[in-house]
Design a protein around this ligand. Structure first.
Ligand code: GDP
Ligand code: IMO
Ligand code: MG
Length: 425
């Protein structure tokens, strides 16, 4: 059984937690896009683990973890994270693999990311994580990027020198501090040695596993509405976090994918700039933020919070072909007297959009249309059996399923491993 797991909203849906749950029954966990802009949280025992680049499957000794060709990997972030994983007591040897074809995020990409963001006027800022993601993907499609396999070349450090010179021209144009090529060479020299043992032909590795009938689990980072093609462009990330990205970002054919799981938070959040039709600026928004602990796992920024948006979820269902939903954070809604679901965006002339418009300008002149349902106002975080959920909570979930399609596969009612209910998968 090969599974693709994707975020259905604007990220931070609880993908890390669901991956951790599904790793149990998988053999290989694969990241296929994004980089250290991701922050995936897993909680078990009395500890919270946050992973940025390393697949969340690493917290299960014995399972293989792969950074696929579609990822942009910052070697410094990676080394830091690998040290951390080892300090937590997990084995890396022989089970962590990086694609030779993955692109590297270099120091200059980070510098350009920050300089570009600083140069954008108000209203045009994206609110990037500053991890160099956009410039690294720009280098990839511009065909001047640096791939992980390049570190195996004897002239790797000359490549570094050439790239710094090139990047300095961009930094100068942006009015930012340039980088010293010698310093960069010194910085990257020890890294080459440290990374080498993990560099793998991951296409060969993944196909050997497929032929041996092993189960692959593809861990999406970011989410549908942050997708470079399907998201709220230009307020998006620079990769394809949607299900198709799992194939282009790993070298595994779409014919090998058996199911798609979409992770859906039972309300909505967003970090960074860009449209968010159901955003709340009132006490309800603050309640969601506080109860949900909605502060960025990568940047610590407070997340913007709002009601569940069924227009977004339906769109995500279609774009990804979601078979099963992993619905998360039901417990956060326990406190509300009533809960709301957005079913459309209403224009001033009365026209209602029921699918997400490509033109973001449209949203400026729209109001969300809500269905209001009674809340359940009791604690759900200790419930271990779906049947035992309050009737109003079940009605809320069922209404969402009616609106968006797909089946309920997993329901999460708290951050910890034990608070995961297996429903249909
Ligand atoms: P990801 O980026 O999709 O992996 O999500 P993050 O880890 O950035 O954010 C999800 C946050 O919600 C983390 O702090 C999780 O520990 C937490 N979380 C996940 N599922 C649940 C849940 O069902 N209830 C509550 N209260 N917290 C959850
Ligand atoms: P996970 O995997 C939420 C957002 C940033 C910014 C935009 C572009 O934890 O769900 P980037 O640094 O990628 O160029 O920033 O995308 N963003 C995320 N928001 N969760 C994430 O990852 C995100 N990764 C990027 O806030 O608005
Ligand atoms: Mg996150």
């Amino acid at each position: 059984m090969n599974t693709v797991l994707v975020g259905a909203q604007w990220g931070d849906e609880g993908k890390g937690k669901v991956i951790d749950f599904l790793t149990e029954e998988s053999d290989v966990v694969v990241r296929f896009q994004g980089g250290s802009n991701a922050g995936h949280t897993v909680v078990f025992g009395d500890k919270k683990y946050v992973l940025h680049l390393v697949p969340s499957g690493i917290l299960h000794n014995g399972k293989h973890c792969v950074i696929g060709n579609g990822v942009v990997m910052d070697p410094f972030d990676l080394m830091k994270e690998l040290e951390q994983v080892e300090s937590w007591g997990f084995e890396l040897k022989g089970r962590f693999h990086i694609s030779e074809r993955a692109q590297m995020v270099m120091q200059w990409h980070r510098a350009i990311d920050k300089a570009e963001e600083a140069a954008r006027p108000e209203g045009k800022k994206i609110g990037t994580t500053g991890r160099g993601i956009g410039p690294a993907y720009a280098a990839k499609v511009g065909r001047y990027g640096m791939r992980v396999g390049d570190i195996l070349r004897p002239n790797f450090l000359d490549l570094v020198r050439d790239q710094v010179e090139e990047a300095n021209r961009a930094l100068k144009a942006l009015g930012a501090q340039t980088l010293d090529a010698d310093e960069m060479v010194k910085l990257y020299t020890p890294m080459v040695k440290a990374l080498m043992p993990y560099v793998t032909d991951t296409i060969q590795f993944l196909h050997e596993n497929l032929e041996a009938k092993k189960s692959l689990l593809f861990e999406g980072a970011q989410a549908t509405m942050l997708d470079i093609d399907f998201g709220t462009y230009p307020f998006v990330t620079s990769s394809n976090p949607t299900a198709g990205g799992a194939c282009t970002g790993s070298g595994v054919s779409p014919r090998a994918i058996d199911r798609v799981i979409g992770v859906l938070k039972l309300y909505t959040t967003r970090v960074g700039e860009g449209p968010f039709p159901t955003e709340l600026f009132d006490a309800d928004g603050e309640t969601l933020r506080q109860r949900g602990g909605e502060f960025g796992a990568t940047t610590g920024r407070p997340r913007r919070c709002g009601w569940f948006d069924a227009v977004v979820a339906k769109y995500a269902q279609r774009v990804n072909g979601v078979d099963f939903w992993a619905m998360t954070k039901l417990d956060v809604l326990d406190a509300f007297e009533t809960v709301k679901i957005c079913t459309g965006y209403k224009r001033k002339d009365g026209f209602v959009y029921t699918t997400f418009p490509a033109d973001l300008e449209v949203l400026k002149y729209c109001e969300p249309v809500y269905e209001e349902m009674p809340g359940w106002q009791c604690e759900t975080s200790k419930i271990t059996d779906y049947a035992a959920l309050p009737e109003n909570a079940k009605a809320y979930i069922n209404r969402i399923l009616d609106l968006v399609g797909g089946q309920l596969g997993v329901l999460s009612v708290g951050p910890a491993r034990e608070t995961t209910l297996r429903i249909n998968i």
